[in-house]
Design a protein around this ligand. Structure first.
Ligand SMILES: Nc1ncnc2c1ncn2[C@@H]1O[C@H](COP(=O)(O)OP(=O)(O)OP(=O)(O)O)[C@@H](O)[C@H]1O
Ligand SMILES: [Mg+2]
Length: 264
């Protein structure tokens, strides 16, 4: 009997991620920039995941697309929301997880799940860039840092600079004046991380925090935010081996379940 192969494609505002699975085993995972064309990013990520696994598209039994660009994935069999996918992916990685905090490029979410990864409740901020990865993208550019350098920069800070604005545009002006005042860059970075952690902790506490807590999405790759958030929440945060692919992983897992049900 041939084992079932499924794909999950997560088309996000910053990254498009693809995961290929065969009966609960990850065969390949790919992360690329979404760029301006969601449809071609999805095709490219799928193609790269297939070549990494040495497979052809016809070998794949089911494809589920997720993320804000999921409707533009014409080759997908169905679409599932990111919330369900992050829930399922997190529970698969660590079954004791009950709260998932996903911070991506354009929104942040706090999700409560049960032991099977089903969504019990969630809260989302998608109205404002502050508190999302986009906030850090803007600030990193202003500070002439790569996203991957923010965590290291934070570690060098003796204290956090005060960033009081709740708006990305105004916070950027604050950063400009902090630079002009000669405030050390690491202190500005720590202040920015604290600001995003405060917003996210507010969201998670409104939902109600249940242990264990996992953080997913690209911002979980920033150790400065993870530490600040852990302190604000007063809780340990579990990190997946690759936080950015958890949505795509969840989509591939849901595809396995859906397809198995269909073939009964
Ligand atoms: N290597 C890295 N180090 C630190 N932070 C990173 C890194 N890569 C990405 N990020 C952060 O992750 C964010 C993007 O996360 P992710 O790829 O999960 O978003 P997305 O899924 O495309 O967006 P959304 O889910 O909001 O549509 C960026 O805005 C940035 O702040
Ligand atoms: Mg996302």
């Amino acid at each position: 009997m041939r084992l079932m192969i499924t794909a999950g494609i997560d088309v996000g505002s910053l990254s498009t991620d693809a995961v290929l699975m065969r009966d609960g085993e990850t065969l390949s995972q790919i992360i690329i920039n979404t760029g301006a064309m969601a449809r071609s990013a999805a095709e490219r990520a799928f193609g790269l995941a297939l070549s990494a696994a040495g497979l052809r598209a016809s070998d794949v039994d089911a494809v589920i697309a997720t993320g804000y660009g999921r409707m533009s994935v014409s080759f997908a069999d169905s679409q599932v929301t990111e919330i369900s996918c992050h829930g399922r992916g997190s529970a698969w990685l660590s079954p004791k997880v009950r709260t998932v905090i996903d911070i991506g490029g354009q929104d942040s979410k706090a999700i409560r799940i049960d032991g099977k990864g089903n969504v019990v409740d969630f809260l989302m901020n998608d109205k404002c860039a502050a508190g999302t990865g986009r906030f850090l993208e803007v600030m990193a550019q202003r500070l002439e840092l790569e996203l991957a350098e923010l965590g290291r920069e934070d570690q060098q800070a003796a204290r956090a600079a005060q960033i009081s604005s709740m708006c990305t545009v105004f916070a950027e002006s604050e950063v400009v004046s902090l630079i002009a005042q000669g405030v050390p860059r690491p202190e500005i970075v720590r202040g920015l991380h604290l600001s995003i952690a405060e917003r996210t902790a507010g969201l998670a506490n409104r939902l109600g925090l249940a242990p264990e807590v996992m953080m997913t999405g690209g911002v979980a790759k920033n150790p400065g935010v993870v530490r600040a958030l852990s302190e604000k929440l007063g809780a340990k945060i579990i990190l997946p081996p690759e936080p950015q692919i958890v949505g795509a992983l969840g989509a591939a897992l849901i595809a396995q379940q859906k397809h198995a049900r269909q073939s009964v």
